[in-house]
Design a protein around this ligand. Structure first.
Ligand code: ZN
Length: 234
């Protein structure tokens, strides 16, 4: 049995995902905001949710008990499919956040680029482990849904974290605002919501559980300390 099914599966998933991305009015609207310099991090979060949901949808369509050998997502299948597609999600979302952050920086008077968050390979490896450890695909199918959205959102949260920490080290006092999504907020989310200023920003501000639709905002215009930045950067 040297019939490798991965190339075809991957091609089908990517084609479907790309087609749905092009059709998405949500992505189109946010891309327009980004282009015009009017996007915030909550728009980036929306963007990531949409991309995560579209990938989950393509997984759901093409990864089934019938398409997988022995109805199982073996390690070498999971590894190639998740690395490829989640790298793409990282590239798409980090391109968006870098542009958003860069424009926020310029608006705040800093002529510096947004930092693109590093790829969190550990999280991808964790997902690969979880889906390939289970023999019964039906039992782990859910991991290819909401955790994929959660991973994609985390790229936005990582972008805020990396940029705000860099600004903090450069002498600014970044202010992070985390807001619950009214109807669905759990007690953990209510607990971690609020306005936080560096250096007193709890790590949990950048964490979220599955289905968490809280927004995290960072706008360097809020955190300008008179003259400090320009001195630092000259
Ligand atoms: Zn939440």
């Amino acid at each position: 049995m040297d019939n490798d099914i991965v190339p075809e599966l991957l091609e089908n998933i990517k084609k479907d995902f790309n087609k749905n991305m092009r059709k998405s009015s949500r992505l189109k609207a946010i891309s327009e905001l980004i282009k015009n310099g009017n996007a915030s991090y909550s728009d980036a979060n929306e963007y990531a949710i949409e991309i995560g949901e579209l990938l989950a949808k393509s997984f759901n369509r093409f990864l089934t008990v019938d398409t997988l050998p022995d109805g199982r997502m073996y390690y070498n299948i999971a590894e190639r499919i998740l690395n490829d597609t989640l790298n793409t999600n990282h590239a798409l979302v980090s391109a968006a956040t870098s542009e958003i952050q860069g424009k926020l920086n310029v608006k705040a008077g800093f002529q510096i680029k947004g930092i693109a968050p590093k790829l969190n390979q550990d999280r991808i490896d964790g997902l690969i482990e979880r889906v390939s450890n289970e023999e019964v695909f039906e039992e782990i199918k859910w991991i290819l849904k909401e955790p994929i959205v959660n991973f994609t959102q985390s790229i936005v949260d990582d972008s805020i974290k990396e940029n705000a920490e860099f600004h903090s080290q450069s002498g600014l006092s970044p202010k992070i605002i985390r807001t619950v999504d009214g109807a669905n907020a759990c007690s953990w989310c209510k607990e971690v919501a609020g306005v936080f200023k560096y250096p007193d920003v709890p790590e949990d501000v950048y964490r979220r559980h599955d289905r968490c639709r809280c927004t995290v905002e960072y706008d360097p215009s809020d955190s300008k300390r008179q003259n400090v930045w320009t001195k630092e950067w000259r």
